[in-house]
Design a protein around this ligand. Structure first.
Ligand code: 5AD
Ligand code: SF4
Length: 483
């Protein structure tokens, strides 16, 4: 999923990890087979690992070939219209397979399940099961229902489900980095965003279960964890009793994101810690100081700006201004001069004028993003923006502005990479380079991909090495290992 060419894709409309064969599953033990495809954000990929764990307990083994699957699942994304279109097309393909193999069940999981509810079952008759992101524990019962020919739906959202006790089955894993989901849902109500409707209210996962998951991963050889949430900085968890089982968070003290980050960093200095996503309004100075304090907390923040215009930001309900965001960037750079910053940017939001767009280009230059995920605005039914504002920027204007944003980001990424030539970085090897088995591929703390020749040494993925950067492209640093 984390490819050299694309860097890490947070919200990607294309299918990733097309079929999973969990490396942890011994398929001889299972009497039925499931096939799962995930779309969209890292949270969906993380959820698919929870689903795999639930299915495993029900006697399902994984297959990479949907033609031999008893159960085909699509973990779906609704963030933009294009994502939904891609998934619908895929469902139509599966419908054809299903018609030829009547025993096969097809289920829709995730955000589209939540948004479209029983429409996919009833009106379009595309699928047998529709299961929302908080209903995965009920999958076994739903599968039974579907097996008897009934239409199975559960799209209930929950105020407290965090799947804290479920140990995810690591799918498509490189054995080096893993995601840990620390919270679910979002309370922010950015006016363009469908997530608060599809994933429900924000809730934080038991801190002890998070630490235990990190310890377990490290014991199994993983070297990097990414703490995942729609808005990690608002993580807030209260231990249930003053005499909790975990010393770190005793005395009934609330655990904030800064506390959690510190606790995970202390699992082992050899375990790198990353996190995503940060809302600029919520990331605290405490978090920044905690990052600075621990070498193993990666110096990289994904800090979506969305727009550089204060007027548009207000319409987006982002609750910060352009100046406020710029001050946050200054604060990050003051506390951690070497910190990498990336962003999400939307072009052509309702009422966006040329001068607003120029403000966006300007704030990109100011922030000097190492990379960005860039989109044109796609109105989503039910969101605040869909209800309140007119989607009035013509598509060709949205696309032209997006193109300018993409071009500028290309320049900024190249400049940022060029500044690294001559520097030496500690790199965690993730595996062989896609392009050549003579090269390793890894990342530095700033999340930049570095490719370097496998010269000397008896190295393997999961090892840390020092690499001096000799050259670069827009997306990749090219280096040489040093002793
Ligand atoms: N249109 C375009 N982009 C969107 N995003 C969220 N909702 C929309 C939308 N309706 C983008 C935001 C967010 C990222 C995950 O997807 O930039 O940060
Ligand atoms: Fe959507 Fe805003 Fe929540 Fe991110 S913070 S998931 S953009 S509502």
């Amino acid at each position: 999923m984390l490819t050299e060419a694309t860097l890490q894709s947070v919200h990607n409309e294309t299918r990733q990890g097309e079929a999973y064969a969990p490396f942890e599953l011994d398929n001889n033990l299972y009497h039925k087979k499931f096939y799962i495809e995930s779309y969209g954000c890292q949270m969906n990929f993380s959820d698919s690992e929870i689903v795999a764990s639930i299915l495993q307990a029900e006697g399902f083994g994984a297959t990479r070939n949907y033609l031999e699957a008893d159960l085909v699942l699509l973990n779906t994304c609704s963030i933009r219209e294009k994502a939904e279109q891609t998934i619908r097309k895929r469902l139509t393909e599966f419908k054809k397979v299903k018609d030829a193999r009547p025993g096969m069940l097809v289920g829709v999981l995730g955000c589209m399940a939540e948004r479209l509810k029983s429409k996919l079952l009833e009106e379009e008759k595309l699928v047998d099961m529709v299961v929302g992101p908080d209903a995965y524990r009920t999958l076994p019962g739903l599968i039974e229902e579907a097996e008897t020919g009934q239409k199975a739906v559960n799209v209930m959202l929950s105020r407290d489900e965090t799947y804290a006790d479920i140990s995810p089955v690591r799918l498509e894993s490189n054995g080096v980095s893993a995601f840990i989901s620390i919270m679910r849902g979002c309370n922010n109500m950015c006016s363009f965003c469908v997530v608060p409707f599809t994933r429900g209210r924000e809730r934080s996962r038991d801190a002890y279960s998070i630490i235990n998951e990190a310890k377990d991963l490290f014991a199994r050889g993983f070297k990097e964890v990414t703490l995942l949430g729609q808005n990690v900085d608002s993580y807030y968890w209260l231990p249930p009793s003053p005499k909790g089982v975990c010393e770190e968070a005793s005395n009934n003290n609330a655990v904030t994101f800064a506390n959690l980050l510190e606790m995970v960093a202390q699992v082992n200095p050899q375990l790198r810690v990353r996190f995503s996503t940060s809302h600029p309004k919520d990331i605290t100075e405490d978090v920044l100081h905690t990052m600075a304090k621990y070498e193993n907390i990666c110096k990289y923040i994904h800090l979506p700006v969305q727009s550089g215009s204060s007027r548009v930001l207000q319409l987006m309900n982002r609750t910060y201004t352009r100046e406020w965001y710029m001050a946050k960037v200054d604060q990050i750079k003051n506390i951690m001069p070497d910190c990498g910053i990336s962003s999400d940017i939307i072009s052509g939001f309702c009422t966006e004028m040329e001068e607003d767009h120029k403000d966006t280009l300007d704030i990109m230059r100011y922030s000097g993003y190492d990379m960005s995920y860039m989109f044109f605005y796609s109105e989503r039914p039910g969101t605040l923006a869909a209800r309140r504002y007119t989607d009035d920027v013509p598509l060709d204007v949205k696309k032209r502005r997006l193109q300018e944003i993409v071009e500028l980001q290309g320049k900024l990424s190249l400049e940022s990479n060029k500044r690294d030539i001559g520097k030496t970085f500690k790199v965690l090897i993730e595996g062989e380079s896609k392009r050549s088995s003579d090269d390793w591929m890894g990342r530095n703390t700033q999340n930049k991909v570095i490719v370097f020749a496998k010269t000397g040494g008896n190295l393997q993925k999961g090892d840390y090495v020092w690499v001096k950067v000799k050259d670069c492209t827009q997306a990749t640093l090219l280096g040489e290992m040093i002793n």
